[in-house]
Design a protein around this ligand. Structure first.
Ligand SMILES: Cc1cc2nc3c(=O)[nH]c(=O)nc-3n(C[C@H](O)[C@H](O)[C@H](O)COP(=O)(O)O)c2cc1C
Length: 334
C-alpha cells in the first residue's frame, strides 16, 4: 500500500529509466550498510527461510531478482534485505558500453508491462569483478547465491561471440556463485541468431572451460519453440549446463502498439509458463529451471513451480508492486 499509493505515483511521474536509476541509487546506498539493511529486513519482515537446494547451491527462498535490474552489482545486500532468495547481476560484457540511445525503457501500466531496449548498457566485467571483490572484503556480501549474466559486446563480430562470453565469464567467475549465458536479449543486433545448437554449444563450452566449476545456465527467449528449442536445449545439455532460465523478454518486432524492444511483465506471464513446461518436458528431472516472466503474485510464482520451475525470478512486477513483493511472494508459497 505504501508503495502503490505513495511511492509509485511519484516514481511514475519520472521517465521509466530515471525512476529505475533513482530506485537503484537508493538500493545501492542501502547496500553500503549492514546496519541499515538489517533495519529494512525488520521493517519488511523478511520471510522465514523456505530453502531450496539446486545446482549445488542453497537458496534461502526460490524468489530471485532477474538480470537487468542491477547490471553493475551496486546493491546485492539491499536485494537480500528486500527478501529475495538470490540475485542475478548483469548482463555484463567484456568491455563497458553505453547501450542504445535514450529513451529506451517504457511503461505500459494498463498491462503492468515494460518495454526496454537498453542494449546491454553496463560498466564491463572488470568493473563488476572489482566491485564484488570490494563488497566481500567489506563484509557486504549477502548470504545468498549471487549469479552473473554474461553477454557479448555490440561491436564484437558474430564469429567471435564465444570469446566475449568466455572473457566476461572468466573475469567475474571468482566472485559469482553461478553464471548465465544470455543469448536471448532482443536488443543486441544478432544476439538471438546465436540461439542455435552449434553456437549455444560452442558458447557454453567456452564459458564452462573458464567457469571454475561454477554452475552455468542458459537463458532463452520466449519465442524459441519446437525443434529449435529442443536442439538448443540438447546442445546446452551436452555441454553440461546446470540450468535453463525461461524466459527473457518478448520481442515487440511483430507487435504493433509497442515501442521497439523487449516486452516484459503481464503480457509475458502465460507464455513463460508454457515455455517452462516445454523445457521441463524435454530436459527431464536433471537441470534446474528458473521460471521468469510476468510473476507478480504468489500464485504466479506457484504456477511456474507447478509446471517444472525450481526457482523463479522477477523484474517488471517490482516496478508496479514495489520492494515488498519478494517477501509477499515467498510467504504465499507452501
Ligand atoms: C529494463 C530491463 C532490462 C533488462 N535487462 C536484462 C539483461 O541485461 N539481461 C537479461 O538476461 N535480461 C534482462 N531483462 C529481462 C529480465 O531479466 C526478465 O527476463 C524479463 O523482464 C521477464 O521477467 P519480468 O516479466 O518479471 O520482468 C531486462 C528486463 C528489463 C525490464
Amino acid at each position: 500500500m505504501l508503495y502503490t499509493s505513495v511511492l509509485r505515483p511519484l516514481f511514475f511521474r519520472l521517465d521509466a529509466e530515471a525512476a529505475h536509476n533513482f530506485a537503484l541509487r537508493g538500493a545501492s546506498l542501502l547496500a553500503q550498510s549492514r546496519l541499515a539493511c538489517r533495519a529494512v529486513e525488520r521493517v519488511l519482515a523478511r520471510p522465514a527461510p523456505r530453502p531450496v537446494t539446486a545446482m549445488g547451491l542453497t537458496f534461502p527462498n526460490p524468489v530471485g531478482l532477474a538480470a537487468g535490474m542491477d547490471k553493475n552489482g551496486v546493491a546485492p545486500l539491499a536485494w537480500w534485505a528486500f527478501g529475495f532468495g538470490f540475485v542475478e547481476l548483469g548482463t555484463v560484457t567484456p568491455v563497458g558500453q553505453p547501450g542504445n540511445d535514450k529513451p529506451r525503457m517504457f511503461r505500459y501500466p494498463a498491462e503492468a508491462a515494460v518495454v526496454n531496449r537498453m542494449g546491454f548498457n553496463n560498466a564491463g566485467a572488470d568493473a563488476l569483478a572489482a566491485r564484488l571483490a570490494a563488497q566481500t572484503s567489506r563484509h557486504l556480501r549477502p548470504p545468498f547465491p549471487v549469479g552473473v549474466s554474461v553477454g557479448k559486446n555490440k561491436a564484437t563480430p558474430a564469429d567471435r561471440s564465444a570469446d566475449d562470453f568466455a572473457t566476461a565469464a572468466s573475469v567475474v567467475q571468482p566472485h559469482a556463485d553461478f553464471l548465465t549465458v544470455n543469448v536471448s536479449s532482443p536488443n543486441t543486433p544478432g544476439l538471438r541468431a546465436l540461439q542455435n545448437a552449434a553456437d549455444v554449444g560452442k558458447i557454453v563450452r567456452a564459458v564452462r572451460a573458464v567457469a571454475g566449476g561454477k554452475p552455468v545456465l542458459v537463458k532463452i527467449a520466449p519465442e524459441l519453440d519446437g525443434d529449435d528449442l529442443r536442439a538448443v536445449l540438447d546442445a546446452a545439455l551436452t555441454e553440461g549446463v546446470a540450468g535453463v532460465i525461461a524466459t527473457n523478454t518478448l520481442s515487440t518486432a511483430t507487435r504493433p502498439g509497442y515501442e521497439t524492444g523487449g516486452l516484459s511483465g503481464g503480457p509475458l506471464r502465460a507464455l513463460a509458463a508454457v515455455k517452462v513446461a516445454q523445457v521441463r518436458d524435454h530436459v527431464g528431472d536433471g537441470p534446474t529451471i528458473v521460471g521468469c516472466g510476468g510473476v507478480a503474485t504468489g500464485a504466479d510464482a506457484q504456477a511456474l513451480l507447478d509446471v517444472g520451475a525450481t526457482l523463479v525470478q522477477i523484474y517488471t512486477a517490482l516496478v508496479y508492486e514495489g520492494p515488498f513483493l519478494p517477501a509477499a511472494i515467498t510467504r504465499y508459497l507452501p
